[in-house]
Ligand binder design. Structure first.
Ligand SMILES: Cc1cc2nc3c(=O)[nH]c(=O)nc-3n(C[C@H](O)[C@H](O)[C@H](O)COP(=O)(O)OP(=O)(O)OC[C@H]3O[C@@H](n4cnc5c(N)ncnc54)[C@H](O)[C@@H]3O)c2cc1C
Length: 365
C-alpha cells in the first residue's frame, strides 16, 4: 500500500512540492523554505553545480566545492531522496511508492542523468575518472557540444602531453550557439593539438582492442573514452502523467508567461525543462526559480493572480570555457574568444558565486 502524506502537513502553511534538485529546484526550495511547507524530491542527496563537472575530472578535489548536500542549504523543509514517477491533480508518487499531496507543484527535472546517490560516492566517481585520464596516453571524446568541448579544453590544458581526439556527429561544434563561436572554438582546440573529427560518429559496441571504428570506416586508437553526447531532457517520466499533453515536440513543458504549466493554476515549471524561447542556461534556471518563488508567495497570501510577475525570455548569451583561463562567449550581437571571457568563467566556473547564492561560504569547510 502506498504511504500517504496529506497536504499542508506543516499546520497553516501551504504544501509546496518541488520535483528536481538542480540549480532551479534547489534555489526555489531554499527561497520558499520559511514561507511554506516545502518538500524537495531529488534522486540524489546532494546539489551539484553541474557545469563545473568537467574541471572535477581533471582536478577531483575541485568537486569538494561543487557538490554539497541539499540539507546544507535546505534547512527548514523535507528532502525525499527518490525519483518521482507520476503526478495527479493532487499528489505526486515516488518510485518507492510514497504519495505526497501538494497545494503547489513545481517541476524542475531539467536533464536526466544517472549519478550516484551520495556526495561521497560522486566524489569517488570523479577520483576514478581522474585515474582513467592519468593512466591514458590517448583519450577519445564523443560529442562536440558544450560538455565535449569543455572537457577537451580541460584535458588539453592540464594534460598537454596526452593525445586528445574529439569526434562529433554534427558539422560544427557547439551547435547551440552561433557559427562564429563554433569556428573559434574549433580553431582554439586545433591550436592545442586536439584532433577534431566532424560529421562522424562511433559505435561503442564495435570497440575492440582500444580501436574505435567511425561511421565512415576510419579507425581511432585511444586508451579510453568519455561519452559527452548530452543528457536527455528529464521529461520522459511525464509522458504518461496528467502533464503528458503539456510536453512540446522536444519534450519540454509548455509554460505561460508566469512560468505556470499551461492550463494549470497550481503547477509551475522552471529551468531547462521549460519551453521558454531562450538558451538553456543555469543562470536563467535560477531566474525562473526566484520569479516563481515570488509568484507562489503572492498566491499563498491570496493575492491577485493578475499581479503575478511575468517572465521575459533572455537574449542569447552563453560562455563555454576552454581550460582554466580562456573561454568562448556568445553575446547577442557578437562572439569573443580568449582571456576576457575566460576571466568571467574559466578560473572558478561560477562555483564561489553559486555557493554564495545558495547561502554557503565560497569555500567548502
Ligand atoms: C558543459 C556545460 C556547461 C555549462 N555552462 C553553463 C554556464 O557557464 N552558465 C550557466 O548558467 N549554465 C551553464 N550550463 C547550463 C546549466 O548546466 C543548465 O542550464 C542547468 O544545470 C539547468 O538546471 P535545472 O535545475 O533546470 O536542471 P538540472 O541541473 O538538469 O537538474 C535537474 C534535477 O532534477 C532531478 N530529476 C530528474 N528527474 C527526476 C525525477 N523524475 N524525480 C525527481 N528528480 C528528478 C535531477 O536529479 C537533477 O537534480 C552548462 C551546461 C553544460 C552541459
Amino acid at each position: 500500500m502506498a504511504l500517504q502524506e496529506g497536504a499542508a502537513g506543516g499546520g497553516e502553511k501551504k504544501r509546496v512540492v518541488i520535483v528536481g534538485g538542480g540549480c532551479a529546484g534547489g534555489l526555489l526550495a531554499k527561497s520558499l523554505q520559511f514561507n511554506a511547507d516545502v518538500i524537495l524530491i531529488d534522486p540524489k542527496e546532494y546539489f551539484e553545480i553541474s557545469w563545473a563537472s568537467l574541471r572535477a575530472v581533471v582536478e577531483p578535489t575541485f568537486a569538494e566545492r561543487t557538490l554539497f548536500n541539499h540539507i546544507d542549504y535546505f534547512t527548514n523543509g523535507r528532502l525525499i531522496t527518490s525519483r518521482v514517477v507520476n503526478i495527479t491533480h493532487t499528489e505526486v508518487l515516488t518510485s518507492e511508492g510514497l504519495s505526497i499531496a501538494y497545494d503547489y507543484l513545481i517541476i524542475a527535472t531539467g536533464h536526466d542523468d544517472s549519478v550516484p546517490k551520495t556526495r561521497t560516492a560522486r566524489l569517488q566517481q570523479y577520483r576514478e575518472e581522474n585515474e582513467k585520464v592519468k593512466s591514458a596516453s590517448s583519450i577519445l571524446i564523443l560529442g562536440g557540444g558544450p560538455t565535449g568541448v569543455e572537457l577537451a579544453g580541460e584535458l588539453s590544458i592540464d594534460f598537454p602531453e596526452k593525445k586528445v581526439t574529439l569526434i562529433h556527429r554534427g558539422s560544427r561544434l557547439l551547435e547551440f550557439i552561433g557559427t562564429k563561436a563554433s569556428k573559434k572554438a574549433l580553431n582554439w582546440l586545433i591550436s592545442k593539438k586536439v584532433e577534431v573529427i566532424l560529421d562522424q560518429s562511433v559505435d561503442l559496441d564495435s570497440v575492440e582492442n582500444k580501436t574505435y571504428l567511425t561511421s565512415s570506416g576510419e579507425t581511432i586508437k585511444a586508451d579510453c573514452h568519455f561519452l559527452c553526447t548530452g543528457k536527455p531532457t528529464g521529461s520522459s517520466w511525464l509522458k504518461e502523467t496528467m502533464l503528458g499533453d503539456k510536453l512540446d515536440s522536444r519534450g519540454r513543458l509548455m509554460v505561460d508567461e508566469h512560468l505556470r504549466v499551461k492550463g494549470r493554476t497550481n503547477v509551475f515549471a522552471i529551468g531547462d525543462i521549460t519551453d521558454t524561447e531562450e538558451l538553456k542556461q543555469g543562470y536563467l534556471a535560477q531566474k525562473h526559480a526566484l520569479l516563481v518563488a515570488k509568484n507562489i508567495k503572492l498566491l499563498m497570501k491570496g493575492g491577485d493572480e493578475q499581479k503575478m510577475i511575468t517572465y521575459k525570455p533572455a537574449a542569447a548569451m552563453a560562455l563555454v570555457s576552454l581550460g582554466r583561463k580562456e573561454a568562448v562567449a556568445q553575446f547577442p550581437f557578437t562572439t569573443i574568444i580568449g582571456c576576457i571571457p575566460g576571466m568571467i568563467k574559466s578560473k572558478d566556473l561560477f562555483v564561489g558565486k553559486t555557493r554564495k547564492e545558495m547561502g554557503l561560504t565560497s569555500h567548502s569547510v
